[in-house]
Design a binder for this molecule. Structure first.
Ligand SMILES: [Zn+2]
Length: 293
């Protein structure tokens, strides 16, 4: 379930219901935090969360509009507690295009951070900072908090954890030399390493870091999405060698199978006779391949 927030550049922007958990968590921790009145604290935190996720939407629009430049449409953008997802109709198979589509998201946050830096610098000079300590400024100033959030967005997204942005950048660079399949295999292996690292950090298994459930979810997402995309590239590669999709064998014990080209939201298994594999589709996208050898 998700709610529509609006449209930008003709792309629907949605927020997933689990986002309410973040709002609930922020309100809860505002009430239990010492100092300051809880209402002030809650307003401050909610404003920050909304502004930060506004920056995430702009990040996703960076991907979507660059993809559009290469003739790839975006179905929608959805905000989850772990970040935003722009559902591109497909990922470009040209390494240079994938590189620019991936880089465009973090580049938006670099621009936002630059603007926030300028604005904070001017407002500091205008109002003076002599009466405030640096720590008070960083804790209480929404602009500086947002600046830090945008720097985090850039650094975190550029980690080479395929299929996060940095992982796509890595894959596109490797694909120049190694071909798309080998590049995806290497990027996905590194993605698994980061997924495990995120989960370990999330569970608090590294001393002094505390636990962070969102990081565990990011680890699971990175692992699953990376493995799915690897399976898809392997499947594409196999198909390229074996030719186009074959019709289902007459004795196939499967109902509701339609040619994949006829419905862009198709879900279900399709028998690929030449590749001798079952391809499991979900919402118009192959997600798993079962080789029958
Ligand atoms: Zn991104």
């Amino acid at each position: 379930m998700r709610w529509k927030l609006g449209r930008a550049f003709g792309i629907g922007i949605y927020v997933h219901w689990t986002f309410a958990l973040i709002v609930g968590y922020v309100l809860f921790s505002s009430l239990s935090a010492p100092g300051q009145s809880p209402v002030d604290r809650a307003i401050h935190s909610l404003t920050f969360v909304c502004a930060a996720f506004g920056c995430v939407v702009l990040h996703e629009l960076g991907h979507a509009l660059t993809a559009r430049h290469y003739g790839i449409a975006t179905r929608d953008i959805t905000l989850y507690p772990i970040g935003g997802v722009a559902r591109l109709e497909r990922m470009s198979e040209r390494p240079a295009e994938e590189f620019w589509i991936a880089v465009a998201g973090p580049a938006v946050n670099v621009v936002i951070a630059g603007i926030l830096l300028l604005v904070s610098w001017f407002s500091l000079n205008a109002f003076g900072s002599s009466s405030l300590s640096m720590a008070q400024l960083i804790q209480g100033n929404l602009l500086i908090e947002l600046l830090v959030a945008n720097i985090w967005l850039v650094l975190f997204n550029l980690l080479p954890a395929f299929p996060m942005d940095g992982g796509r950048v890595l894959r596109s660079l490797l694909a120049h030399f190694l071909g798309r399949l080998r590049a995806t295999e290497i990027a996905a292996q590194l993605g698994v390493f980061f997924a495990i690292l995120f989960a370990l950090l999330g569970f608090g298994l590294v001393r002094d870091w505390g636990s962070n459930p969102l990081l565990i979810l990011i680890g699971i997402f990175t692992f699953r999405a990376g493995q799915q995309e690897l399976a898809f590239v392997r499947y594409q590669e196999r198909q390229r060698q074996a030719g186009p999709l074959d019709v289902l064998p007459a004795n196939a014990d499967v109902v509701d199978v339609v040619p994949v080209e006829s419905d862009e939201h198709f879900s279900g298994p399709v028998w690929d006779g030449k590749a001798r594999a079952w391809v499991i589709w979900r919402n118009g996208r192959p997600v798993r391949v079962h080789w029958i050898d």
